[in-house]
Design a protein around this ligand. Structure first.
Ligand code: KIV
Length: 271
């Protein structure tokens, strides 16, 4: 029998303990092996294989075209690289909203074919049956409320959500419903900081924010955005930690110039 554990160091239980002792949770997206390897070694707590892969990896305008096979491809690549972080894979649009049986089948495919630790679904009470059924199969679920990009065609814009009282009240009710159902954590995207802080203080499960202020239990960003690979996207909530796009541009230009001039390869760079 192998003594090597397949359980990664960060578990859903560990995240709960972090919330209880007031330790903030760090989360970033990743979609491929090389990036996930660097990210995991740096000590990130949670890696989200987000369906934002649609935007930053595939160049789609929305996350709607992403398929289950696409997510499994990215999920597998990431999981192969990760030893420490908890890995969450997004269920893409159209794979869980139909009915709870379809949702369970989609989640099972993700878990079996990627060996990730959990799945994330967008929505509140309208998808609660799906959430419950997935949880009944022993699959940990992360919720996602506020700006839910899979519903972009309903919202019409990517502006801040739940600014009005009625939408804020629904979000609070949805957050409680997801916790009651058994979700281990919740993402709140692009909502007022005061509302996000209230939700985080009312819930016992960790609340991870993106564009939701500092009063929550952790933060998540899309890795291409925080690295400055995608230069055009600069919403107010985004802090850019590097200008990797500029570094890449410089490297590409140098390479092209060296090839054109015949400087590359030199004598030491050949056999
Ligand atoms: O797909 C994604 O990257 C996400 C994050 C923005 C939370 O859902």
């Amino acid at each position: 029998m192998s003594t090597q554990s397949t359980v990664r160091a960060v578990t859903t239980h560990r995240l709960l303990e972090m919330k209880q002792r007031g330790e903030k949770i760090s989360m970033l997206t990743a979609y491929d092996y090389s990036m996930a390897r660097i990210l995991d070694a740096a000590g990130i707590d949670v890696i989200l294989v987000g369906d934002s892969a649609a935007n930053v990896m595939a160049g789609y305008e929305t996350t709607v075209p992403m398929t289950l096979d696409n997510m499994i491809y990215h999920g597998r690549a990431v999981v192969r690289a990760v030893e420490r972080a908890l890995v969450v894979v997004d269920l893409p649009f159209g794979t869980y909203q139909g009915d709870s049986k379809q949702a369970l089948a989609s989640a099972i495919r993700i878990m079996k074919e990627t060996e990730a630790d959990s799945v994330k679904l967008e929505g509140g009470v309208e998808i609660i049956e799906s959430v419950e059924r997935i949880l009944c199969a022993g699959i940990p679920v992360m919720g996602h409320l506020g700006l839910t990009p899979q519903s972009i065609h309903k919202f019409g814009t990517y502006t801040v959500r739940a600014k009005e009282e009625a939408e804020a009240a629904k979000l609070i009710a949805d957050a409680h419903a997801l916790q009651e159902a058994g979700c281990f954590a919740l993402v709140l995207e692009k909502i007022p900081a005061v509302l996000a802080k209230r939700v985080a203080s009312e819930l016992t499960i960790p609340v991870i924010g993106i564009g939701a202020g500092g009063g929550v239990d952790g933060q998540v960003l899309v890795i291409h955005d925080m690295l400055g690979i995608n230069q055009e996207f600069s919403p107010r909530f985004l802090r850019r930690y590097a200008s990797v796009g500029e570094v890449m541009d410089g490297a590409f230009r140098s390479y092209i110039a060296d090839v054109k001039s015949g400087d590359f390869p030199n004598e030491k760079e050949q056999y």
